[in-house]
Design a protein around this ligand. Structure first.
Ligand SMILES: C[C@@]1(C(=O)O)OC[C@H]2O[C@@H](O)[C@H](O)[C@@H](O)[C@H]2O1
Length: 468
């Protein structure tokens, strides 16, 4: 069976991780421009000052995407290029850059799929409380409206936020992302709520403005499964899914929070401040969401945390490797002997991916889904001139097969974006953890080179995954 003709085969990137040119053409300073220069915060002190210089090489990169036959390129817009201080004047050179990227994509028939927020917040907003401050939500809605107006005649696919759970949990629980706060659960939950409100307002504005196209949000998809049938561990599974998935997907798709969580937060004094107007907004806008974006890499295997293990902060505890307890200490993630893992301890589990999508359909109905990220972070072997990333081919093949099975079961998956189109800066792993179909040679002027997987994905797209 071939994937449907309107199914999108894409690949993704993010502004801070690829663009570089951190202070060029009027761009303002972002929280990541500052945070990445605090000693010890990033892997080997890496930062996005240059990244892979996509800002100057986007034409070369998009030509390579076209050579692959890529149908859609998911990229994010740096808020600090558009509104340098976050709330002030619009920077025309910032608009010019993204107009050029969009036009370059369209020149090849590549659909631009735009993420508005992929973690790089204007520093003045971060200093003013970041996502704990509702002023940031106000500023985000204006930023979104500037982008709709500037690009909405050619961009038909919009994602408001990428992985709220990551920038909020690492920002306020483990301190591995800006603003680098550890252990503040109240701030964490408040920040997530403020982001959901910002999302809802941006969706309503998009719909009211009559722009053509679709809008949604991208969440991490990290379904929890108990390590066994022990009732304590099955409880851990339900608890983990409530906090990792339902807390994030319910306010977007149901327009309300899971009571299991709000009741617990209220009892612990952690419930976010939420006005009736905000809750009415979430209810009103839930049906306006055209799709949900899933970033799936792996499931979480959980068990009741019967030890004194408590969540600890820092980069090392924030790279997703199992072994950490939940923020409330109720459960912990574990590695299992009969599972396969990446070098970073992420389980390779396409079956869990399909099981998880079935779970989502059961809870939220047949909402349109894009797989907005999926891929293998690895240290790719180089043999002479060849980058032989067969493990990445194997990983993506097995997960695309899961997507194909989901589609054949009637789950409404409309596209798949590999993370990442090109090797890029990983927030916490520097350039060590590669994801791309295109290699970037940091020892040779950031020269681009096609990997084995580049040619494999080209064939998958051309044949619409018929052989999978
Ligand atoms: C933590 C990590 C990683 O580096 O492996 O997860 C996978 C992928 O998720 C994306 O949303 C991030 O923008 C990208 O940088 C990657 O980040």
């Amino acid at each position: 069976m071939k994937m449907p003709k309107d199914f999108l085969f894409g690949a993704a990137s993010a502004s801070y991780q690829v663009e570089g040119a951190w202070n060029e053409d009027g761009k303002g300073v972002s929280n990541w421009d500052v945070f990445s220069k605090i000693p010890g915060k990033t892997f080997e002190g890496t930062n996005g000052d240059v990244a892979i210089d996509h800002y100057h090489r986007y034409k070369e990169d998009i030509a390579l995407m076209a050579e692959m036959g890529l149908e859609s390129y998911r990229f994010s817009i740096a808020w600090t290029r558009i509104i340098p201080d976050g709330t002030g004047e619009v920077n025309q050179k910032g608009l010019d850059f993204y107009n050029n990227v969009i036009d370059e994509c369209l020149k090849y028939g590549i659909i631009p799929f735009v993420t508005l927020y992929h973690w790089d917040l204007p520093q003045p907003l971060e200093e003013d409380g970041g996502w704990r401050n509702t002023k940031t939500s106000d500023a985000f809605v204006r930023f979104a409206e500037v982008c709709y107006k500037a690009f909405g005649d050619r961009v038909r696919n919009w994602i408001t936020f990428n992985e709220t759970v990551i920038f909020c949990s690492l920002g306020y629980l483990t301190g591995a992302h800006p603003p680098g706060i550890e252990g503040d659960a109240k701030a964490y939950f408040q920040a997530t709520h403020n982001v959901f409100v910002a999302h809802a307002r941006a969706v309503e504005s998009f719909k009211k403005s009559g722009y053509e196209g679709e809008i949604g949000i991208t969440h991490v998809f990290n379904p929890a499964f108990s390590i066994d049938d022990d009732e304590d561990n099955k409880f851990a599974e339900r608890h983990a899914n409530a906090y990792s998935t339902h807390w994030y997907y319910d306010p977007i798709l149901k327009g309300s929070y899971p009571e299991y969580v709000t009741d617990a937060l209220e009892a612990q004094g952690l419930l976010p401040e939420m006005t009736e107007e905000e809750l009415a907004l979430l209810r009103r806008t839930a049906p306006m969401n055209d799709f949900i974006g899933l970033n799936y890499y792996c499931p979480q295997r959980v068990m009741k945390n019967d030890s004194a293990l408590v969540m600890s902060g820092g980069r090392e505890n924030s790279t997703g490797k199992p072994g950490n307890p939940s923020f409330d200490g109720v459960y912990k993630t574990v590695m299992m002997d009969d599972k396969e893992y990446t070098k970073w301890g992420w389980e390779i589990a396409p079956d869990a991916f399909l099981d998880g999508m079935r779970m989502l359909k059961e809870r939220y109905g047949n909402i349109k889904i894009y797989i907005t990220e999926n891929g293998l972070g690895d240290e790719d072997p180089i043999a002479g001139e060849e980058i032989l990333d067969q493990p990445r081919i194997d990983y993506i093949e097995s997960h695309l097969r899961a997507v194909k099975n989901a589609v054949s079961e009637g789950i409404n998956v409309s596209g798949y974006f590999a993370w990442s189109v090109i090797d890029l800066l990983s927030w916490l792993n520097g350039y060590k953890k590669q994801y791309g179909f295109i290699y970037v040679d940091h020892k040779n002027g950031l020269a681009r080179k096609r990997k084995q997987s580049f040619f494999w994905y080209k064939d998958i797209i051309a044949t619409r995954a018929e052989e999978l």
